[in-house]
Structures are given as structure tokens and as C-alpha cells.
Ligand binder design. Structure first.
Ligand code: FDA
Ligand code: NAD
Length: 441
């Protein structure tokens, strides 16, 4: 059995939702019956960042349909009805098990062959599992990962049964930091274990990390750094009761949350499409090595014009939204100019953010060069801290991290990074002018 569509989006996450909206809006838009989205999740595309924030709140938690795409960009809420109304075939709960780019077909786990004229690959990434590091029992009923709505539902259930108990969080990255904050809000004591010298070490400087670690410690979180969990202790009913560290220490555990990194879902295209940076290689139009196939979001590695055409792959929501829009614009406006061929790279300003407790930070650009800190790193009692770091490379602003910035300040920072503002005597300038460096054009 088989069906044929002009456009198929493979994957039903953030990038898929934004691509669908853009396809409908663009020019004449897609006609009913032309677009199909295939997702192994059971629900229509949603804003994944909500899973580690609003979804885990003990009171007033966010629930679907409130956070379907594209509300995260203050745009239309695309419920399942929206897809029906636009004649978009939403094939949910269905995994694609193989792809043939030569024949332009996808085979689903239900045995259906779906063919396309143009394919947008939006398969995102999946959580790395402890088993990859030789630790078993990821399947225990109180061990939680957090990538999908299903994972989030499991975590909510486990947190409810652990009130007042102990959680071991494995990993000191985004998932670790955001889940630790959610666990504290749910009145669960947290011990965080990770192998590095400080949390969020791919982005935070030691000084920035120190601020967040002190802030978390004041909320009762214990950091166990430069350490690894090597095994779990389990009860007769298969629950994890303790985590054993490499040095033999035992941490009591009523639940475990694992956030040890992600891997892009590229396997369907191994040997068929060019790969780079652990993802599918695309040009500045998001077009892969096969002209009929585009890749967007976490799975796509693309040349970033602002970074001199450097190939990068980002695992952040802003990138998923913007690459999805870029791919659709490219698909709809086929042209032969150099820019349209994607040779110039995609005009994208890298942007990451997180919100935990009463804190909120944003980062723009690239954390290369020398970081110069500015602002007040003490957490004022009752007040909001405001501080940051500016990475300077060759006298130019390469990237800026800002905690506690207002909308205007964040916008000013973004434009300073975008125009690669020049900074003379950086240390003196930042010290005396603080964020004012961002005002120069
Ligand atoms: P995404 O993972 O959203 O979607 C991929 C889709 O493809 C999924 O529906 C998946 O099931 C499906 N799929 C994969 N293989 C398939 C197959 N073979 N067949 C069928 N379907 C398949 N970023 C940020 O900037 N700020 C933030 O605060 C957060 N917060 C955050 C919280 C949590 C809990 C997570 C897990 C992630 C974030 N992120 C984030 C990262 C952000 O959510 C991420 O970058 C985007 O979701 C990427 O969007 P994609 O559409 O590329 O992948
Ligand atoms: P991450 O790469 O941010 O952090 C992984 C952490 O695990 C690091 O601290 C690393 O040192 C540690 N680690 C690695 N191997 C380990 C091991 N064997 N034992 C213990 N610790 C180990 O990845 P993540 O936090 O798992 O996030 C997963 C994905 O979700 C990423 O793509 C991330 O970008 C995305 N995400 C983003 C946000 C955001 O942008 N605010 C929020 C949540 C999730």
C-alpha cells in the first residue's frame, strides 16, 4: 500500500510545526492533500521547551493543547484541527523505519510506503542513554529521561510519588539544570552528578557557573562534580534505590533524572546523504546533498554566514524555528543565484536561553575568544541579579551571555553581536560602561 504527496515532513517536533505553518502561509500556500507530516509521537507538533519548564510545575502546569507550535514565537496555535482544516495529513504514532532518497520513498513501521516530491527531514535528536556508558537499568520505573511528552508524563508521575524524597540528577547540562529546578519546586531533594569541573561547561565560564551553582545550593541542591554514576542499587520490585559513584560513594535515590546529552536522528539517511557534525549536511538553503531533500532543526548542520560560513549544528529551539522557515522559503523560491544556491551560508544569529527558578539568561553568538565578565554577580536578596560575559575575539564582540536582561537589553546585545561591535580596551570599557557597549552600532 502507498500514498504520494508533493511535500512530506519527516518528524513531528518543533521544526515540523514551523515548517507546516510556513508552507501554508507561503505565496499560494500548499493545497489540501499536498502535505503530509509523519511523526512517531502521538500528538501534533508542540513547543518542546515547555516539557522541562511549565509542564513540570507542581501547580498550574502547562498542558496541551496550550503549547502546540507555534505559540513559542507568539504565532498561531496549530492544534490537530488546524492541520485538518488545511488538508494536511498528520500521520501520528507512526515511525518511519527506512528511507530511499533515490526512489523518494519512506517506509513506515505499519508497512505503508509514502512517496514525496520534496522531503523535509525534521527528525531532531534523542537522549543519550546510560547504557552507552555501561550503566544499566534505564528502563526502571523511577528512572526518567526527558525528550518527549511521554517522558514528561512519566516524570510528573514519578515526582508525585517522591514528594519529600531524594532525586539523583545525572548530567550538569540543560536537562540537568532545568530538571533540578523543577524537582526543587516539587519539594524533592536533589543531588546532581556530572563528570566536569562545573555545570554547563560547554557555555558557562567558571565564574558564571559558580553563580548558578551557589544559587542552586541555596535552594538545597548538592553538586557532585568530577564524578560518575557507575551502577544502580535496585529493590526487588525493580526500582532504583541508590546510585553508586565510581569512588564507591552511594547516593540515596527515590528517583533518577538522566540528561547526559543528545544525538541527532540521522540513521535513516546514513550512506544516502552527506553528513557533518553528527548531523545531515545542508547548504544555506537547508538543502541536503540530494536536491529533493531538505533538513532542519537539531538534525541539520549548516554554514552560518555570521561565522564566516562555519558549519554548525545547534540543538536549540530558535534554530529549529528559523531553519524550518528558511527551508520553506528556499523550496518555494527556487532560483539559481549564488545566495539561493546556499553558498553564502544561512544568515543566522545563534541564540540560546534558559529559565530556572526566578532566573532567566540569554546567549547570542559564539563563545570563542576571551570572556570578559560584567555586572553584579551577587544575588541581591529579593532582587534580580544582572550580569554577563562578553566573548571578545580580535577586538570584536563574538558572543554575549546576559542573565536578568530586559527585553530591550537582550535586543541590544543581539544587535551588538550581529554587527560584531568593536571593543577597544575591553576590560576597562565593560567595567565602566557595562552593557552600554551594546548600544554602539
Ligand atoms: P524535535 O526533537 O522537536 O522533533 C523531532 C521529531 O521527529 C519528534 O517528534 C520525533 O519523535 C520525530 N521522529 C524522529 N525520528 C522519527 C522517525 N524515524 N519516524 C517518525 N518520527 C520521527 N531549546 C532552547 O533553545 N530553549 C529551551 O528552553 C529548550 N528547552 C528544551 C527542553 C527539553 C526537555 C528538550 C528535550 C529540549 C529543549 N530545547 C530547548 C531544545 C529544543 O526543544 C530542540 O532544539 C528542538 O525541539 C528541535 O526541534 P526539531 O524539530 O529539530 O526536533
Ligand atoms: P547537554 O549536552 O547540555 O549536557 C550533558 C551533560 O551531561 C553535561 O553536563 C555532561 O558533562 C554530562 N555528561 C555527559 N556524559 C555523562 C555521563 N556519562 N555521566 C554523567 N554526566 C555526563 O545535554 P542535555 O542536558 O542532556 O540536553 C539534551 C538536549 O536537550 C540538548 O540538545 C540540549 O540542547 C537540549 N535542551 C536545551 C535546553 C535549552 O536550550 N534551554 C533545555 C533542555 C534541553
Amino acid at each position: 500500500m502507498g500514498r504520494a504527496f508533493a511535500y512530506v515532513i519527516l518528524g513531528g517536533g518543533v521544526a515540523a510545526g514551523y515548517a507546516a505553518l510556513e508552507l501554508v502561509r507561503h505565496g499560494d500556500g500548499v493545497s489540501p492533500g499536498e502535505l503530509c507530516i509523519i511523526s512517531d509521537e502521538a500528538v501534533a507538533p508542540y513547543e518542546r521547551p515547555a516539557l522541562s519548564k511549565g509542564y513540570l510545575l507542581p501547580r498550574g502546569a502547562a498542558r496541551l493543547p496550550a503549547f502546540h507550535t507555534c505559540v513559542g514565537a507568539n504565532d498561531e496555535l496549530l492544534t490537530e484541527q488546524w492541520y485538518k482544516d488545511h488538508g494536511i495529513e498528520l500521520v501520528l504514532g507512526t515511525r518511519v523505519v527506512s528511507a530511499d532518497v533515490r526512489r523518494k520513498t519512506l517506509l513506515t513501521a505499519t508497512g505503508e510506503t509514502i512517496s514525496y516530491k520534496t522531503l523535509i527531514v525534521a527528525t531532531g535528536a534523542r537522549a543519550l542513554e546510560l547504557e552507552e556508558f555501561g550503566v544499566t537499568r534505564s528502563d526502571a520505573t523511577n528512572v526518567c529521561y526527558l525528550r518527549s511528552l511521554e517522558d514528561a508524563d512519566k516524570m510528573v508521575g514519578v515526582m508525585r510519588s517522591c514528594h519529600g524524597g531524594n532525586a539523583v540528577v545525572i548530567g550538569g547540562g540543560y536537562i540537568g539544570m532545568e530538571c533540578a529546578a523543577a524537582l526543587v519546586a516539587n519539594e524533592i531533594k536533589v543531588a546532581m552528578v556530572f563528570p566536569r569541573k562545573h555545570c554547563m561547561d560547554r557555555l558557562f565560564t567558571p565564574k558564571i557557573a559558580e553563580f548558578y551553582e551557589n544559587y542552586y545550593a541555596a535552594k538545597g541542591v548538592t553538586f557532585i562534580k568530577e564524578a560518575r554514576v557507575t551502577s544502580f542499587e535496585t529493590s526487588s520490585d525493580g526500582k532504583v534505590t541508590g546510585a553508586i559513584l565510581r569512588d564507591g560513594r552511594r547516593l540515596p535515590a527515590d528517583m533518577v533524572v538522566v540528561g547526559i546529552g543528545a544525538r541527532a536522528n540521522t540513521e535513516l539517511f546514513d550512506g544516502q546523504l552527506a553528513m557533518e557534525k553528527g548531523g545531515i549536511k545542508v547548504n544555506g538553503r537547508m538543502q541536503t546533498s540530494d536536491a529533493a531533500v531538505y533538513a532542519v532543526g537539531d538534525v541539520a548542520a549548516f554554514p552560518v554566514a555570521l561565522l564566516s560560513g562555519d558549519m554548525r549544528r545547534f540543538e536549540h529551539v530558535d534554530c529549529a524555528r528559523r531553519t524550518a522557515r528558511r527551508a520553506v522559503a528556499a523550496i518555494m523560491e527556487r532560483s539559481d543565484g549564488a545566495e539561493e544556491r546556499g553558498e553564502m551560508g544561512f544568515d543566522y544569529l545563534p541564540f540560546f536561553y534558559s529559565r530556572v527558578f526566578a532566573l532567566s539568561w540569554q546567549f547570542y553568538g559564539d563563545n570563542v575568544g576571551e570572556p570578559v565578565h560584567f555586572g553584579d554577580f551577587s544575588a541581591p536578596a529579593g532582587g534580580r541579579p544582572k550580569f554577563g560575559a562578553c566573548w571578545v575575539s580580535g577586538g570584536l564582540v563574538a558572543g554575549v551571555f546576559l542573565e536578568g536582561g530586559s527585553r530591550e537589553e537582550n535586543e541590544a546585545v543581539a544587535s551588538a553581536v550581529r554587527c560584531r561591535a568593536r571593543i577597544g580596551d575591553v576590560a576597562a570599557e565593560l567595567e565602566s560602561r557595562g552593557l552600554a557597549f551594546a548600544d554602539q552600532e
